[in-house]
Ligand binder design. Sequence first.
Ligand code: FES
Length: 74
Amino acid sequence: MYVCICNAFTEKQVCTAIRKGISTPSGLFRHLGCVPQCGKCVPTVRYMVKETDNLSSASVHYDEIDHFGLQAAG
Ligand code: FES
C-alpha cells in the first residue's frame, strides 16, 4: 500500500527504513531520496515510526486508517 502518493513510496519501504533506524519523517524522506510535497503522508509516517516497537501490529492498524483523513490516536 502506498504511504506517500506524491513520492510513490510504500508501507513496506517505510517499515524497512524504520528497521534500519530511521526515526523521523524528515529522515525517511532523506533516506528515500525525496522531499515532502503535499505533506499528507507525514502523520502516517509519524504513526508508523511511533509503532516501531510493534511493527506487525502497526501494519494492521495502518491498514485501518484512511490515508488522507489520518488522525492517529496518540
Ligand atoms: S502524500 Fe507524501 S508528500 Fe504528498
